[in-house]
Write a protein that binds this ligand. Structure first.
Ligand code: HEC
Length: 167
């Protein structure tokens, strides 16, 4: 079973080597290029290429969720400094992985961008990268979204070989 699983994993990494967003920016539209500039200025410190995550934990300014009351990493470490820190997720294929955040509170990417631009909770635990706030006009949010959509790999996501086995 291990051999079968590792063979399968190898086909995944082979497939995912070539993806938009991997420096293939010369094919970007003006809007996507503009979005990429905004991304590098505001998001790149945590969501870094090639995986669009540093793998670290961060407090990205979410209010505690009312259902699970999930304190994030603090639950594991017991350190108040880890309060509401969550693992920084990849943004690859982000178009298809809604709803967003650990509790799925945001249904759309537009909601996520509105959060960063307007809804950041400024506590002492907020990540230093976000302390100065994120300034994004509505048009800039649309451009940033156009960039995020370039991280989709439809061929990979909808490859019938990766579908659930049929009965
Ligand atoms: C300080 C680090 C940090 C910065 C800067 C940051 N993020 Fe995040 N991001 C996070 C963390 C941590 C989460 C996960 C929070 C959770 O699980 O509740 C997240 C989640 C997301 C998600 C949801 C992913 C998913 O699968 O649910 C999106 C989309 C996203 N960020 C986009 C952005 C964009 C766009 C920017 C720039 C405007 C940005 N982030 C800036 C840390 C950061």
């Amino acid at each position: 079973m291990l051999k079968a699983l590792s063979q399968f994993r190898l086909t995944l990494s082979a497939n995912s080597e070539v993806r938009p967003g991997d420096g293939g920016t010369e094919t970007f539209t003006e809007q996507e290029t503009n979005g990429y500039v905004l991304f590098r200025a505001n998001c790149n410190s945590c969501h870094r290429a090639p995986l669009f995550t540093t793998g670290a934990f961060a407090n990205n300014g979410l209010a505690v969720d009312t259902t699970y009351r999930d304190a994030g990493r603090m639950k594991i470490t017991g350190e108040p400094a880890d309060s509401l820190k969550f693992k920084i997720p990849t943004l690859r294929n982000i178009e298809f992985s809604f709803p967003y955040m650990h509790d799925g509170r945001f249904k759309s990417l537009r909601n996520v961008l509105d959060h960063y631009a307007e809804g950041l909770l400024h506590s002492t635990m907020l990540a230093s990268e976000l302390r100065d706030g994120v300034v994004l006009s509505k048009d800039e949010r649309t451009d940033l979204m156009a960039f995020l959509l370039t991280l989709s790999d439809r061929e990979f996501c909808f490859n019938p070989d990766h579908a659930f086995p049929r009965e």
